[in-house]
Design a protein around this ligand. Structure first.
Ligand SMILES: Nc1nc2c(c(=O)[nH]1)N[C@H]1C(S)=C(S)[C@@H](COP(=O)(O)O)O[C@H]1N2
Ligand SMILES: [Mo]
Length: 201
């Protein structure tokens, strides 16, 4: 009935085992994972930029970001190191609100997320347009903790969680794809956990 012990545990915890991608296990905790250190942030000088293939490049202060329409959603997250966490609620600003302001050019097909300390992650623009994608300021009803990306992190739904850059500072829209930090280390470009796209193209 179950593919293995990990699925059996998911069922015992009261969830549908079909929610667990292959090779993953369920954790009730929320592990912290990143390269480098947790950056210090001063909201008074912090800003967020959208640039590249857009009609109207934009720089927002923390206050201006907070004035945009806010939304929230609930989703399962899957780390390539094999833990999955179900039902994480994220709150923040959806890309569509920023798209109204910057107006992507027809040439815009890919996005590079730029985070503190030169961390980057690349995704096709469609990943960002997904209903469950978010520029998140909150998780589980509270402001993000510094370790989980406060003040702002990207949330890219249904892909391994390394695509969800913490300490996000800019989105660069591009006509061509450009591998990000983990992708240059040999992680898979598409990162679909259901296809186990962990490493390599
Ligand atoms: N800025 C930044 N964001 C990052 C990373 C990183 O190294 N730097 N690592 C990614 C990886 S590999 C994972 S699994 C998730 C972990 O997020 P969490 O610590 O909130 O669980 O953040 C992603 N975002
Ligand atoms: Mo990860």
């Amino acid at each position: 009935m179950f593919r293995g012990r990990a699925e059996k545990k998911v069922a015992e915890a009261g969830y549908d085992p079909a929610r667990l991608p292959p090779g993953q296990y369920l954790t009730e905790k929320w592990p912290v994972l990143h390269a480098g250190t947790v950056p210090r942030t001063d909201l008074a000088t912090w800003d967020f930029r959208v640039f590249g293939e857009v009609e109207n490049p934009l720089t927002l202060t923390w206050e201006q970001l907070g004035e945009l329409p806010q939304s929230d959603n609930v989703q399962d997250i899957h780390c390539v190191t094999r833990w999955s966490r179900f039902d994480t609620r994220f709150g923040g600003v959806h890309w569509r609100e920023l798209a109204k302001l910057v107006r992507p050019k027809p040439s815009a097909r890919y996005v590079v997320a730029h985070a503190e300390q030169d961390f980057t992650a690349n995704v096709p623009l469609e990943y960002l347009e997904h209903d469950l994608a978010l520029l998140a300021t909150h998780a589980d009803g509270e402001p993000l903790t510094p370790e989980h990306g406060w003040p702002l992190r990207l949330v890219i739904p249904g892909k391994y969680f390394w695509k969800s850059a913490k300490w996000l500072r800019a989105l660069e829209l591009r006509a061509t794809d450009q591998p990000g930090f983990w992708e240059r280390y040999g992680y898979h470009n598409e990162a679909d956990p259901w296809k186990e796209e962990r490493y390599g193209f």
